[in-house]
Design a protein around this ligand. Sequence first.
Ligand code: C2E
Ligand code: MG
Ligand code: MG
Length: 420
Amino acid sequence: MNKLAGCFYPGTGPRTPQPTQVAVMLIDLDRFKVINDTLGHAIGDRLLQEVAQRLTGCLREGDTVARLGGDEFMLLLPGVEHTKSTIKIVQKILETFKSPFYFNDHELHITTSIGIALYPDDGEDAQTLLKNADTALHRAKEQGRNNYQFYTSTMNATALERLSLEGKLRHALEREEFVVYYQPQVSLSTGQIVGMEALVRWRHPDLGLIPPMKFIPLAEETGLIIPLGFWVLRTACAQNKAWQKAGYPPLRVAVNLSTRLFKQQTFIQVVAQTLHETGLDPDYLELELTEGIIMENIETTITTLKELKKMGVHISVDDFGTGYSSLAYLKRFPIDTLKIDRSFVLDITTDPDDAMIAMLIINVAHHLKLRVIAEGVETKEQLAFLRSHGCDEIQGYLFSRPLPAEEFVRLLQERRTLTD
Ligand code: C2E
Ligand code: MG
Ligand code: MG
């Protein structure tokens, strides 16, 4: 099978022939391996035979079904006029799998994932079409199985972009392409800057400034987050100490922690060493953890947090309200600060639910004798709401965006304060 082109323009009648498409579908049985492993290969084989029969039952004359190997089937459907008719067939397939399979005394419920590529849009030869159908199949599996995905060109673009970013990311640290930006945190009682959050950026020579959301997940996956995270910690501590030495009023610097970094056996040791080497007083370092990290392994978290507290480091819970913190546990964690997530602050003055959540977080924090800071404050109305409900501090574009160190220092020189 090479070129699929040629024969898919049916009829040569008086009307202009309508180009039709060919659908290439890859069908994979979800969790087939489990069945094979637990019930044995004999049942696995019979299941595959029945699956082939059910698939054949969904097809029209002229369609082809083939087993590619393992639990993967391919369907070749020529003459589908548009996407809609392909979807109809896909739905028929998913529907036919809804009834269980019976073997001996076993009732098996099987679901499938389906990836679809269409000739000629998604490829003009068999190889490209199969490759693209496979990309779509992977996406369908990622989306939680038991569904189908049509191939889109962005799927490849995303995969390629990831691949090339990953290569570049590996060199970025040694090429000193990372920079730390600082965003001020302001006290609502005095209007003064009391702290700052360290936010990493990747300054790529060709791609420009890349935001953390684009590379932190990749850094997590590849393990690069460990050297990167320790580098951010060291840079932020050293910078903070340098500003103190230069005579500016001492500020607390908050550093974000990723799960992998926090789980490192040497984590406590590295924090202690960083403080020692940079000479920063632990009182001026705050570590930001998300609810996810904290709730993952509660007992270990408590032990690690207690050690950090013993050293004199502060702890805050980032993006509070978006995860699943249990209030009962919150009491047991030695934390200092809750950060109200930006998503609640965004509509705080228009959405009563968000307003209620923000008020609740402020109340819970104060009840537990914790400091509370709102992030993503962009308007005076949001500020007024937070102030009137007793929020302690804010961070957001209203006061300042995150800034490179050389610009942040100007805020300190000007002794900029929050004015209403
Ligand atoms: P985060 O810790 O919740 O940081 C706050 C994010 O909100 C920052 O995005 C900040 O630029 C943005 N922000 C602050 N004020 C406003 C505002 O008024 N409006 C809007 N629309 N946004 C505002 P950024 O810098 O893109 O960082 C995104 C996330 O990346 C951070 O969320 C944090 O989870 C992660 N991150 C950043 N630096 C590091 C790092 O060094 N290590 C790790 N593990 N994660 C980091
Ligand atoms: Mg943060
Ligand atoms: Mg946050």
